[in-house]
Design a protein around this ligand. Structure first.
Ligand code: ADP
Ligand code: ASP
Ligand code: MG
Length: 423
């Protein structure tokens, strides 16, 4: 007997037929004698639809009321899955975020889970009931509904797995594992048997949306065993325990897999892209101590995350241009904050551009091998792709390019690092 969390994403939950398939997978897992908790997303497209309603109602919406609206998508699917499981003869009930409760900090629309009260849930599971939990939602200390940020159901699933000390957290989605890059962009992308937590964390944070970044960080911290696999499998498919999804593993486990010849050690694990950032250029900023602090302090105070930063070569007269990126959804706020402080900061113009993309190459092999960045720059220049900014970490190189060149850049780099599957 094992204790398993099964998480199903939006595409897997889109409509009665698909929910029935999910219910069959859940029933099969429970029929093996396992205790099962299921975490579900809203139906595909539903959260976008609800976000749009909020924007139409009030462009400067109150995040607390936004949460009330967008959390409803998961309430619907959790109830529907419980009903479908009951129709198949299983004992099942839904546990909404406020009922468990899943306690979060108050930061509406991007809350973080503080605590999950698990004893009642565990008791129900031990009594043979399947627990169905809506992902993405929680409740703040003052009793209001919160949500965890887009893609947050992955984090709900990992947090539930940690709280109930599950043996595994299976993330069922619309692809059958973590690939060397988004398989929807590169047909020759290769599925990975295993990826380390560190690499997955970096890949997710630079745009590989197959797992939400926070879910990977939490899994790493709480040592939750996470597997990514497809829910689009036939009824006769083997159970998840034997399915070849992608396992997220520790460095030591990866070493063992390599020693056994089950994995090859790779310099580059994957390539990711992100079209959700925007570029801001402030021209003619005074080139003196404190100038950049004056720019970034108000942005930090407003919880606006700045990613890439370049301070251009100084101009004449002790002035310089400063370029940086912020999430597109925060661009208008960032611009307004900076305009308000134009005199204090002392810049001339703000130039913005949302038509940019960030392309990142990730791999732990970079720690010990030189040349990864230069291969990237040469491969892009050979195809005439201009690099507008660069940033690096120990295991990642990112470049900012024109958004229209995203797909081409990802394909070119996938080939340049020898990641293409041999057909
Ligand atoms: P869900 O609704 O199940 O949470 P998501 O759409 O959030 O699913 O994530 C799955 C998608 O992630 C895939 O359809 C795929 O297009 C995308 N993706 C991006 N990078 C990768 C990658 N490296 N490996 C697998 N899928 C990826
Ligand atoms: N439904 C939410 C979203 O679309 C959460 C999730 O699916 O993970 O962002
Ligand atoms: Mg997702």
């Amino acid at each position: 007997m094992a204790r398993i969390v099964m998480k199903f994403g939006g595409t897997s939950m889109a409509g009665t037929e698909r929910i029935r398939r999910v219910a069959n997978l859940v029933r099969a897992q429970a029929a093996r004698g396992d205790q099962v908790a299921v975490v579900v997303s809203a139906m595909a497209g539903e959260t976008d639809r609800l976000v749009n309603f909020c924007r139409e109602a009030n462009p400067l919406y109150d995040p607390a009321e936004y949460d009330v609206v967008v959390a409803s998508g998961e309430q619907v699917t959790s109830g529907l899955l419980a009903l479908t499981l009951q129709a198949l003869g299983c004992k099942a009930r839904s546990w909404l975020g406020w009922q468990l409760p899943i306690q979060t900090i108050e930061a509406h629309a991007k809350a973080r889970i503080d605590n999950i009260d698990a004893p009642a849930l565990i008791a129900a599971m031990e009594a043979g009931e399947i627990a169905v939990i809506p992902g993405f939602q929680g409740v703040s200390d003052d009793g209001r509904i919160t949500t965890l940020g887009r893609g947050g159901s992955d984090t709900s699933a990992v947090a539930v797995a940690a709280a109930i000390k599950a043996d595994r957290c299976d993330i069922y989605t619309d692809v059958d594992g973590v690939y060397t890059t988004d398989p929807r962009i590169v047909a020759k992308a290769r599925k990975q048997k295993a990826v380390t937590y560190e690499e997955m964390l970096e890949l997710a944070s630079v745009g590989a949306k197959v797992l939400q970044t926070r879910s990977v960080g939490l899994a790493m911290k709480e040592k939750v065993r996470v597997q990514v696999l497809s829910s689009f499998i036939g009824d006769g498919a083997p159970p998840a325990d034997d399915l070849p999804g992608t396992m997220i593993v520790s460095d030591e486990e990866m070493d063992e897999l390599v020693e056994k010849g089950l994995m090859e050690r790779q310099l580059v694990t994957g390539i990711a892209h992100d079209k959700n950032e925007a570029k801001v250029i402030l021209t003619r900023v005074p080139d003196r101590p404190g100038a950049v602090a004056n720019i970034f302090e108000p942005l930090a105070a407003a919880s606006i995350n700045v990613d890439m930063i370049i301070q251009n070569v100084g101009r004449d007269k002790g002035e310089t241009d400063v370029t940086f990126t912020v999430p597109q959804s925060d661009l208008a706020r960032a611009q307004a904050l900076l305009e308000d402080r134009r005199d204090a900061i002392g810049f001339n113009r703000i130039i913005t551009d949302s038509k940019i993309a960030k392309i990142s190459v990730v791999g732990v092999g970079m720690k010990s091998h030189a040349g990864v960045a230069s291969t990237m720059f040469r491969a892009l220049s050979d195809r005439g792709i201009n690099i507008q900014a660069i940033s690096t970490s120990e295991i990642k190189v990112s470049v900012m390019i024109d958004e229209d060149e995203t797909e081409l850049a990802v394909r070119v780099l996938h080939t340049a690092y020898g990641l293409d599957a041999v057909s």
